[in-house]
Ligand binder design. Structure first.
Ligand SMILES: [Zn+2]
Length: 200
């Protein structure tokens, strides 16, 4: 499996792998305002803790669910930041300018990210628990600042599949990624192109 890719299942039961490219866009997979509320998971601290341990935050530095400490207030914090990203990321993907108030909200969220420590048994890095909701938001906000304030903003894309609203940061070397997943929208496009070319 590609590092940082998530196995997603849509409402029709199709599974596919999706790499959002960074944590602030990965957070959009936890749900959002309608119509994305059907994917909402920010209601149960234990579910979110597991989600965090499977997120790209843990690439390189492992984190166990018991090392994530989330209160209902933390979930509100994450949700508020996610709402900001739902407003900002689609605008960036279309080459537009996000609202200054939302950029200020992202700035305000850049706080104290999780800290690393040495695992005394393995001698390797891991995240120091307990990781809080504010730290998760801080890590995502730093990604957002790096993404929006640099040339990376040119690589924020919405999947070109019809009716697909998945947003990602294109980290491919040539910068020509068009689809959320070749398994899903890329394949559908190939099939429809083939059908259109076939003489009837
Ligand atoms: Zn797609």
């Amino acid at each position: 499996m590609t590092v940082g890719a998530r196995l997603l299942t849509n409402r029709w039961g199709e599974s596919f792998r999706f790499d959002p490219g960074n944590l602030c866009l990965e957070l959009l997979l936890t749900g959002g305002p309608p119509p994305w509320d059907v994917y909402e998971i920010l209601t149960d601290p234990a579910v979110v803790a597991t989600w965090v341990t499977e997120s790209r935050l843990t690439i390189g530095n492992p984190l166990a669910p018991e090392d994530v400490h989330l209160t209902p207030g933390d979930l509100d914090l994450i949700r508020a930041f996610r709402d900001v990203m739902w407003r900002v990321a689609p605008v960036i993907a279309q080459g537009g300018a996000p609202a200054p108030e939302d950029l200020e909200r992202i700035n305000a969220a850049v706080g104290d990210p999780p800290h690393t420590r040495l695992d005394p048994r393995s001698g390797l890095l891991r995240w120091a628990g307990p990781v809080t909701g504010a730290q998760i938001v801080a890590a995502a906000a730093r990604d957002a600042v790096d993404m929006i304030g640099t040339d990376a903003r040119e690589r924020v894309r919405q999947c070109q599949g019809s009716n697909c609203s998945l947003l990602f940061l294109d980290t491919s070397r040539p910068g020509n990624r068009r689809w959320c997943s070749m398994q899903r929208c890329g394949n559908r496009h190939k099939v429809s192109t083939y059908r259109n070319r076939r003489p009837s």
